[in-house]
Design a binder for this molecule. Structure first.
Ligand SMILES: Cc1cc2nc3c(=O)[nH]c(=O)nc-3n(C[C@H](O)[C@H](O)[C@H](O)COP(=O)(O)OP(=O)(O)OC[C@H]3O[C@@H](n4cnc5c(N)ncnc54)[C@H](O)[C@@H]3O)c2cc1C
Ligand code: SF4
Ligand code: SF4
Length: 660
């Protein structure tokens, strides 16, 4: 109770506290062109009272906004940095019931958006998630792990078709909201492509099973070896709503001569057979066609299954390969031959068996709609690889012929279910869909996000709520993280060497140690918390060295002693505001007139800011070296100014340029 009151108190103070306003002296230097001044404000400074608490906000940090399941990354990373692992897993599971899985296989689009990456390297978000999830698993094994409980019991039954990440997630959040849920799964195992696609050395099956077990423990009924072929039948059986999460399991064909020969295997089928312990039709020399995760997994599994020579044929270059770059590096290290700018044109047979694949070299032409350069065949460049097995791993589409006539609309071009990306609604009321079946072949966290949002929509549908509002992740909690690590570089977990890796299916990535997880969590910049954390990024980026921040931390909390701006050298570029990760620093739009008159900038803002090597060359580097203030606006185009107190009013010039 005390904690809640304290939290509310902090939230109110946060909302109503008056910002600290920096004022500037009047224009003193006669030799400068007129400049315009607005206000620069610092909304809030982190102090000991708020440190470690959570406040409500509407602003999303870039990591959260980019995550397909909008995970509260800033919060769980912050909790891990403080050693509050049990709370971290609770926050994680609010948006993702499969963190053990995702912590191992997620290609982490969040890290691509992480603002820390603009300074040095992104926060290792996914390894931190894995650390928290692994810690919780250890707690579970000791009988103490996080066990959420459904809040109330509801009567309407929900059917979930498919036990992949989309279906498992949908079932988890529905069960937590009190619905009796039945998952119907065609295969003898749960997990979808996580179980029968991703190999064990990346995702051990006992790890996946641990999370499936936790979902089943909520009271979810899991019916394996049960293929659904009619939606109507499910409604007749009394289900009030249906979620379709059947993935995309139909491999796309290469559409070249020789595809019916013995030794041509769809990559997904090969991986599924290995995962289910079945005999495969693979020989000793294997060519895998494709550039995504499936292609790389097929090649690496082929090696572990005894192939002597393995090739990946990809029609673009390594830079365009959609597979995760670490997987590509690992494959390379393990001895897989990566053949770029090559496309198969014919599979060569002897009798009924494959004996080779004829390929054509490619070059990159104009960009296509996806923004990638189109591969263009080079005439007369054909060459032959002697192989006895060709695996196609170019893409997959859903196997949903059984939905014909069900009232669920199917996209005529992609063969996917047409579903609302935010709510999961399909064209048939009461039927929802998410994951690969509506997105096409995608990634696990996108399926998890789809399953979660659909669960919220199904709850709204069954309880008479507003489906459109059900998914909106606002307001969100912002953790005021007391510790910050501005100097430490990204922590990397240990990994088995290539020689050891390629011999077995033992998990290759070992994750972060506790010490590394704590350090890495401190690297997070608490983006969008509207509270200055004393990171000194404003100071670091100010092109005229006009800002001085004095900050430091003891082992409990970071303190900001002074935040100083030299008004006589400030050139009003607004770069400090642009780069403040917490967005505590802001200016009235009158402040940054410079942005409207780029031509009058003696250096373009992007030039000043982003290419640090150029900045160094030009002598704009640390340690503090004050440069002369530059005139930003040319004197021959004066603007009309009126000064009301210290806030300046600006009117449009002849060209109609005003601040936006
Ligand atoms: C080889 C490979 C490697 C991958 N690597 C990664 C990776 O590293 N990182 C990542 O994030 N993603 C990866 N992915 C993609 C990821 O696995 C998928 O995006 C994700 O599993 C999709 O989840 P889903 O729930 O939509 O479908 P699926 O996981 O495909 O699950 C669908 C389930 O529905 C069942 N089903 C189908 N039809 C029926 C029916 N009629 N009745 C009952 N059940 C049915 C299926 O058997 C299956 O179990 C990979 C995929 C593959 C194939
Ligand atoms: S620094 Fe932290 S809050 Fe900001 S984007 Fe990266 S992980 Fe998210
Ligand atoms: S950039 Fe960092 S130090 Fe500067 S105001 Fe923003 S949070 Fe504070």
């Amino acid at each position: 109770m005390f904690g809640i009151l304290k939290g509310l108190g902090i939230t109110f103070r946060h909302v109503f506290r008056k910002p600290i306003v920096f004022q500037y002296p009047d224009e003193k230097r006669a030799d400068l062109a007129p400049r315009f001044r607005g206000e620069l404000k610092l909304r809030e400074i982190m102090g000991e009272d708020a440190a470690g608490s959570r406040v409500q906000t509407d602003a999303m940090p870039p990591c959260m906004a980019t995550c397909p399941s909008n995970m509260k990354i800033r919060e769980y990373v912050g909790l891990v940095s403080m050693g509050r692992f049990d709370e971290a897993i609770e926050v994680i599971k609010e948006d993702n019931p499969l963190p053990l899985v995702c912590g191992r296989v997620c290609p982490h689009p969040c890290e691509g958006a992480c603002r820390r990456g603009e300074r040095d390297e992104p926060v290792a978000i996914n390894p931190i998630k894995r650390f928290a999830a692994d810690h919780d698993l250890k707690m579970h094994l000791a009988g103490k792990g996080f066990k959420p409980k459904p809040k109330q019991t509801k009567n309407q039954k929900v059917a979930v078709i498919g036990a992949g990440p989309a279906g498992l997630t949908c079932a988890y959040y529905l069960a937590l909201r009190g619905y009796p849920v039945t998952i119907l799964e065609r295969l003898p195992v749960a997990g979808g492509m996580l179980a029968v696609g991703i190999p064990d050395y990346r995702l051990p099956k006992d790890i996946l099973q641990a999370e499936v077990d936790q979902i089943v423990a909520l009271g979810v009924e899991l019916k394996l070896n049960t293929s659904v072929e009619s939606i109507d039948k499910l409604f007749e059986e009394g289900f009030g709503a249906v979620f379709i999460g059947v993935g995309a399991h139909k491999p796309m064909k290469l559409e070249i001569e020789g595809e019916d020969l013995q030794g041509v295997i769809p990559g997904e089928e090969f991986l599924m057979d290995v995962a289910l312990g079945k005999k495969t039709a693979m020989g000793k020399k294997v060519a895998v066609v494709g550039g995504g995760n499936t292609a790389v997994d097929c090649a690496r599994v082929a090696l572990r299954e005894g192939a002597k020579e393995v090739y990946i044929l990809y029609r673009r270059t390594r830079a365009e390969m959609p597979a995760h770059h670490i997987e590509i590096e690992d494959a390379d290290e393990e001895g897989i031959n990566l053949v770029y700018l090559a496309a198969p044109v014919k599979i060569i047979g002897k009798g009924s068996r494959v004996v080779g694949v004829e390929c054509q070299k490619m070059e990159l032409g104009e960009k296509d709609k996806s923004g990638r350069r189109r591969p263009v065949p080079i005439e007369g460049s054909e060459f032959v690889l002697d192989v006895d097995t060709v695996m196609s791993a170019i893409s997959r589409t859903p196997q949903i012929d059984w939905l014909e006539g069900s009232g669920v609309e199917i996209h005529s071009r992609w063969g996917t279910i047409t579903a609302n990306g935010k709510t999961g609604e399909t064209s048939r009321p009461g039927v929802f869909a998410g994951g690969d079946v509506s997105l096409g072949a995608n990634i696990a966290i996108a399926a998890i996000g789809g399953g979660k949002r659909a669960a919220f929509s199904i709850d709204a549908y069954l309880s008479g709520g507003d489906i459109k509002e059900a998914h909106i992740p606002r307001p969100i909690e912002a953790l005021v993280k007391p510790l910050l690590n501005v100097d430490e570089s990204r922590q990397e977990g240990a990994k088995l060497g290539a020689d050891e890796r390629k011999k077995s299916y033992v998990e290759a990535e070992l994750g972060l140690t506790q010490e590394q997880a704590l350090l890495e969590g401190e690297r997070c910049l608490s983006c969008e918390t509207r509270t200055c954390i004393g990171c000194r990024i404003c100071e670091e980026n100010c092109p005229t060295n006009s800002i001085t921040v004095r900050a430091g931390q003891d082992d409990k909390v970071r303190r900001i002693f002074t935040w100083d701006l030299a008004g006589d050298t400030c050139i009003y570029c607004g770069i400090c505001v642009e780069n403040c990760p917490t967005k505590t620093l802001y200016h009235s739009h009158k402040y940054e007139l410079a942005e409207h008159v780029y031509s009058n900038f003696s250096k373009h803002k992007d030039y000043l800011l982003r290419d640090k090597s150029l900045i160094e060359q030009e002598g704009w580097s640390r340690p503090h070296k004050h440069v002369d203030t530059m005139p930003l606006l040319s004197a021959d185009k004066p603007r009309k100014l009126t000064n009301e107190g210290w806030e300046m009013k600006v009117e449009a010039d002849e060209e109609g340029q005003v601040e936006s």
